[in-house]
Design a protein around this ligand. Structure first.
Ligand SMILES: NC(=O)c1ccc[n+]([C@@H]2O[C@H](COP(=O)([O-])OP(=O)(O)OC[C@H]3O[C@@H](n4cnc5c(N)ncnc54)[C@H](O)[C@@H]3O)[C@@H](O)[C@H]2O)c1
Length: 445
């Protein structure tokens, strides 16, 4: 501080990029405010975050620039030449005056782009996936050996059903890197202290190893938590196989196990080294499980204002993930925007609690919760009814209302909701108690 860095830049006649300015621009807050409200640790985390450097199209023709890119994640936005020309033809840019010359440059530079790029992206969603470390590719499971980062030993963790269907493909693809295989119990049983304890004790990896979690959200949550804690944390790569896990559980770095007192009460934020998503794995998923995941796809689409649910599988998965990943990158610790992902979930959690977590699946509860959120937002509920076909829950009304008032985000016993406003989604919306209760009652048989 005060050493004269800005003066040096001025002396050299070079523009100075001050990281304080970048932090202020990305957080939208002055630095004293960040220190005052969130503390120094939060400020340092912002400081560490990547910046996006938009390199001029010809920058990589210089060997010095290519070298300087070094370890920086370099993404090639590979847009076709016709689209690029349409976008710049009237821009007055010096190298976009003549179409033939523009096309020649484009072809000439492609080779260099391919050389420097770590990732080739078609659009902004691909770039978000690259920055979040999510690789989406049909057939990716057959290339796991290359796609799991690093070259250390791998411990493959799965559940019995998924291991039976897809385990052999994963094992073959991991080849000589595969050092151990483990099975977690099916379903929520995987997310118990006993299951985590068994896995901790069975693992033989050292700190250079990677845990690969092949399975639904229960497997990725539990194996991710074990990865966060084993040897004070080892790398992990989820390979989500259910729709819930592909679009939700394996995205965003949250891992957890359950306690008898409630779900996900012990966990850690532990961002994977890479997440490998193979939409082809969904072909063996039972229809009921698919519907569970569609509840999250519909939720993401409603928040994004786009009909993700109408897209073919590969695109539906890619867009839903990119939507969630972008929010999680902007708010990794759930201090702000990430709470929007709770659309419909306050009602859902209350219904699940009232059902004693039996007989009402999370996806069905979310579908009902979305109905209530849409009604309270004054929106049409058609999409939820058509795509998710929710049926009223058979639970006790009083129990559901009591659970809703105990929600983490409730203030003075009145739940605060995520709703869709005229200018987009809004969190922390307070409504009269009677109105919320009326909508909760409508969800119950
Ligand atoms: N960490 C997070 O941010 C987050 C977000 C959402 C949900 N979750 C957690 O995810 C869990 C639910 O995930 P889930 O619904 O995937 O449950 P799950 O892991 O139990 O999988 C559901 C069922 O589908 C089977 N299955 C999975 N993939 C298959 C495939 N390709 N072919 C055939 N069968 C397949 C599984 O064996 C299992 O029987 C919950 O514990 C929830 O708390 C976590």
């Amino acid at each position: 501080m005060g050493a004269g860095k800005t003066t040096v830049a001025r002396e050299l006649g070079l523009p100075a990029v001050d990281s304080d300015d970048l932090v202020e621009a990305s957080s939208g807050k002055p630095i004293p405010e960040i220190f005052g409200e969130e503390g120094e640790v939060a400020f340092r985390a912002l400081e560490e975050q990547a910046i996006v450097l938009a390199l001029g199209g010809g920058a990589v023709t210089s060997a010095g620039v290519r070298d300087a890119l070094g370890d920086t994640l370099t993404v090639w936005l590979d847009v076709d030449v016709d689209t690029c020309w349409e976008r710049v033809r009237d821009s007055g840019r010096p190298l976009a005056q003549d179409e033939a010359e523009f096309r020649r440059l484009f072809e000439e530079r492609r080779r260099l782009y391919a050389e420097v790029a770590d990732v080739v992206a078609r659009d902004v969603h691909d770039v978000v996936l690259a920055v979040a470390g999510v690789h989406v590719e049909r057939g990716a499971v057959k290339r796991l050996g290359e796609l799991v980062p690093g070259d250390g030993a791998v411990a493959l963790v799965s559940d019995p059903q998924v291991a039976g269907i897809h385990g052999m493909d994963a094992q073959l693809a991991l080849g000589t890197r595969l050092a151990e295989t483990h099975e977690l119990p099916p379903g929520e049983e995987a997310k118990t202290l006993a299951a985590a304890d068994r896995l901790w004790q069975e693992l033989r990896l050292d700190r250079s190893g990677t845990i690969v979690a092949l399975g639904g959200g229960c497997t990725t949550d539990a194996a991710g938590f074990v990865a966060a804690t084993y040897l004070r944390g080892v790398e992990w790569t989820p390979v989500p196989t259910s729709l819930v896990a592909q679009v939700d559980a394996a995205i965003g770095g949250k891992t957890a196990i359950d306690l008898p007192q409630g779900k996900n009460l012990v966990g850690a934020f532990h961002w994977p080294a890479r997440t490998v998503v193979d939409p082809a794995l969904l072909e063996t998923l039972p229809e009921q499980q698919r519907l569970e995941g569609m509840a999250e796809v519909v939720k993401a689409g409603l928040l994004a204002g786009e009909s993700f649910w109408e897209l073919p599988d590969d695109e539906l998965v890619r867009r839903s993930i990119a939507f969630k990943a972008a929010i999680c990158l902007r708010d990794p610790d759930e201090r702000g925007e990430r709470t929007l992902l709770n659309l419909g979930h306050t009602f859902a959690h209350a219904l699940e609690a009232a059902a004693g977590y039996e007989g009402l699946t999370h996806g069905r509860a979310v579908a009902l919760g979305l109905l209530a959120a849409l009604r309270l937002s004054g929106r049409d509920t058609g999409v939820v009814e058509e795509v998710l076909r929710p049926e009223p829950a058979r639970v006790d009304r009083e129990r559901a209302w009591e659970a809703m008032k105990r929600d983490k985000k409730a203030r003075g016993g009145v739940p605060r909701l995520v709703l869709l406003g005229a200018d987009g989604p809004e969190a922390g919306v307070e409504l009269p108690e009677a109105e919320i209760r009326r909508e909760l009652d409508r969800l119950i048989a």
